[in-house]
Design a binder for this molecule. Structure first.
Ligand code: FAD
Length: 395
């Protein structure tokens, strides 16, 4: 049983999504009986985002948010929704919000990230992004059969929106600046297969281009691309990445550099104030690299570490093996660890056939990518987490 830190009677969590949910659960499971205040700017707290680009968009589930906490009453939380944090005063130890100051003994910053926009598409009717439940509803309403959907950015969210659009009968064009979809995240060998996968499901993949303008009489009709071509568009989804939601911390004294700068313990530069989830940047002991993770599993893992470090005397560094999953055209995509130049496809076939790619760096197994090969990938989990030698893996 962990020893709770003395003098910490009030925990404030800023952000009311996945990281916050896992943080408050962990706080109570540690035996913390003090006040827990959760501040969230959205009207709804604690709902899950992954279904938004999948089942919710396709329409296979009712358009209601998926709750992240089952027994919320038992957690005895003071949840303040539709309240925006606008600053943090380290000296007086208060979070400043649109509804007044909230004092804290310990705080967890869990404000996540917000989608990037493209200047050229800003304010154009028919151009959407996808982060919140409301975003998903707005997009779902526009995805009619035959609608001409253009997705700008062929990353995870872009790939999912393209797949969901096809499932709804939309004509889909995927516009990507890089040579291949997800190339940076998975390496070119795997990315080439993903490009074929998109095309196999009748998505028109346009790479090495971006959007430079729009055309339309009274409504969006076409997009102009950087190679001089013009494509039809009724609805456009911008999926060109996210930025950590740190603007509200300006002037607080908390160091920020593409995320809240954290120690290995996920503590910010203000003692007692921790960060976790999409907003946190720290040096991950697993690979020694300054990282910010934008994926579901890491958010939960970081939340647990941050809360333990904030509330107990037993501090531990946060070591994370990166992991994400995605779902495209009914196929399950999973990536564990990190990519490297040396890749071996252990099960090969056509692009839509299941395969496992293993990444080797410096004689070690450092990552794996699976298409519909969950079992094989999970069998490599331990080896990837300890960066096992390639020879031992082959044995
Ligand atoms: C559509 C979609 C699909 C996804 N699918 C997958 C998937 O398949 N696999 C995967 O691994 N990951 C997926 N992710 C990523 C995963 O959902 C995120 O990594 C996760 O939500 C991060 O949780 P978080 O709590 O750190 O941040 P967020 O979920 O971004 O939550 C932050 C919350 O803080 C609030 N907030 C921000 N600023 C303030 C402020 N100043 N005051 C008060 N509140 C504030 C925000 O409104 C938000 O509610 C998906 C994300 C999206 C958007």
């Amino acid at each position: 049983m962990s020893t709770l830190r003395r003098g910490v009677d009030r925990l404030v969590v800023v952000g009311a999504s996945l990281t916050a949910a896992r943080a408050v659960e962990e706080a109570r499971s540690l035996g913390f009986e003090g006040d827990i205040v959760v501040i969230g700017e959205e009207a709804q707290a604690f709902y899950d985002r992954p279904p938004l680009s999948k089942d919710v968009l396709v329409g296979t589930v009712p358009p209601v948010p998926t709750p992240l906490l089952d027994a919320i009453d038992a957690l005895d939380l003071d949840v303040r929704t539709s309240v925006r944090a606008i600053g943090l005063d380290p000296r007086n130890r208060v979070v400043r919000t649109s509804a007044g100051d909230v004092p804290f003994d310990a705080a967890i910053l869990a404000t996540g990230s917000t989608p990037r926009s493209l200047d050229v598409l800003d304010g154009v009717d028919g151009v959407l992004s996808l982060r919140s439940f409301e975003d998903a509803q707005a997009l779902r309403e526009r995805l009619e059969p035959g609608a001409r959907l253009v997705v700008v950015g062929a990353g995870f969210i872009g790939g999912e929106v393209a797949a969901s659009g096809r499932a709804r009968g939309a004509d889909v064009t995927l516009v990507e600046l890089a040579a291949l979809p997800l190339e940076q995240a998975v390496g070119s060998l795997v990315a080439e297969r993903l490009a074929v996968l998109h095309r196999q499901y009748d998505v028109e993949l346009r790479t090495r281009v971006t959007v430079v303008g729009t055309e339309g009489q009274g409504r969006l009709e076409k997009l102009r691309l950087s190679d001089g071509s013009v494509i039809d568009a009724d609805v456009v989804v911008v999926g060109v990445g996210v930025d950590p939601a740190t603007g509200w911390l300006r002037g607080s004294g908390i160091a920020v550099s593409d995320g809240v700068t954290c120690s290995p313990y996920l503590e910010s530069t203000v003692p007692g104030v921790y960060a976790a989830g999409d907003v946190a940047r720290w040096v991950n002991p697993w690979n020694g690299r300054s990282s910010r993770h934008e994926h579901w599993t890491a958010a939960g893992e970081q939340a647990v570490v941050a809360v333990r470090n904030a509330l107990t005397e037993e501090r531990q560094p946060c070591s994370i093996v990166p992991y994400f999953w995605s779902e495209w055209y009914g196929h399950k995509i999973q990536m564990l660890g990190e990519p490297a130049d040396q890749v071996e496809l252990t099960v090969a076939g056509g692009a839509a056939d299941p395969f496992l790619a293993q990444y080797r760096f410096d004689g070690q197994l450092v990552g794996g990518f699976a298409l519909d090969q969950t079992g094989l990938l999970m069998r490599r989990r331990r080896a990837i987490s300890v960066r096992a030698s390639w020879e031992s893996v082959l044995r």
